[in-house]
Write a protein that binds this ligand. Structure first.
Ligand code: SF4
Ligand code: SF4
Length: 312
């Protein structure tokens, strides 16, 4: 008979639980530059519309933290070569940030640097990434453009929006501590296409087309939104999944109550929430004040009913 593994100790379980409690829902205020290289625009729209809550176990969240902690060491390593590395903007005292599309798209740079051995007089965006051994081998073999197109896209946005023409991509292998360093040149045309992609996703009132109609397609199998996209699972309830919410310059607005929605209000939603019909796996057959009737895929009727909900 197989020997069962020991259960985790209460302390270990409590450590992981603390990470999970701290993490929150993982929803981002804006569409992130770190995601814009994703191949599926529908997935990006779901990200931006807070359709699926991020649920990572504590162990994985701790692993993410390892990547963040590594950054301080990589900065020290770069400074040891004589480079000047600025992790924050000296004017604001905050992380370097870039934004576009009225603040609905953006991201934060790890650092900018000058005095690098390869080109001492040229300012560089600096991007740090940690990799598993398999991912690191692939990166070294193919280079970041082909091995990690999502990282490449992120760097193009950072360069385009800062006006800096080079990025130093610095990768570390989590298994061996090997380092890989690459310089990436700005590609203005590609950055323009990525910005336009972000604009399309942000402006879309309905989910863009799927990258594949096959739920078993490899990119779909690894997608956080698979259950809603392919299996009809309900979306999260918040203002961004509500048909009354509209995007305005720098924020969100509720047409039902004619009021601006700050981040806390978007999270809370209200009892008058009604799903954007594309997020329900059925056909709209009727609608009225504060309700929408659907015929579901299995032939049953479902009423998204907010008639009894008290106003905000
Ligand atoms: S499941 Fe597939 S089609 Fe749907 S959002 Fe994800 S990647 Fe796109
Ligand atoms: S009706 Fe309620 S849930 Fe919908 S956008 Fe307005 S405040 Fe948010």
């Amino acid at each position: 008979m197989a020997v069962l593994p020991d259960p985790p100790t209460p302390t270990l379980a409590a450590i992981y639980a603390a990470y999970e409690a701290e993490r929150g829902d993982g929803f981002r205020e804006h569409l992130g530059a770190s995601l814009i290289g994703k191949s599926c625009e529908r997935a990006l729209w779901y990200d931006f519309r807070w359709v699926t809550r991020a649920r990572f176990p504590g162990r994985i969240l701790r692993l993410f933290e390892t990547g963040q902690l590594e950054e301080a060491r990589l900065v020290r390593n770069l400074r040891a070569t004589g480079a000047t590395v600025l992790e924050v903007d000296p004017e604001s005292g905050r992380q370097w940030r870039v934004e576009a599309h009225d603040g609905h798209f953006g991201g934060s740079l790890d650092a900018v640097a000058i005095g690098l051995q390869e080109a001492p007089k040229t300012w560089h965006v600096v991007e740090f990434k940690t990799h598993s051994a398999k991912s690191f081998r692939d990166l070294v073999a193919k280079g970041v453009t082909f091995s990690k197109p999502q990282h490449w896209a992120q760097m193009q946005i950072y360069m385009h929006l800062t006006g800096i023409t080079r990025t130093l991509y610095m990768a570390v292998c989590k298994d061996t501590d090997d380092l890989h360093i690459e310089r990436v040149n700005v590609d203005a045309a590609a950055a323009g296409r990525l910005l336009e992609k972000a604009r399309r996703v942000i402006a879309a009132k309905r989910p863009p087309a799927r990258i594949s109609e096959d739920p078993a397609w490899w990119e779909c199998r690894f997608c956080d939104h698979h259950a809603t996209c392919h299996a009809g699972a309900p979306a999260e309830i918040n203002c961004r999944t509500c048909l009354h919410a509209t995007l305005v310059e720098g924020g969100w607005h509720c047409a039902r109550f004619d009021q601006a929605l700050d981040r806390a209000a978007q999270h809370r939603a209200c009892p008058k929430h009604l799903f954007i019909p594309d997020l329900v796996a059925g056909q709209v057959t009727d609608a009225g004040d504060d309700h929408v009737v659907y015929r579901m895929a299995d032939g049953t009727q479902w009423v998204n009913d907010a008639r009894d909900g008290a106003p905000c």
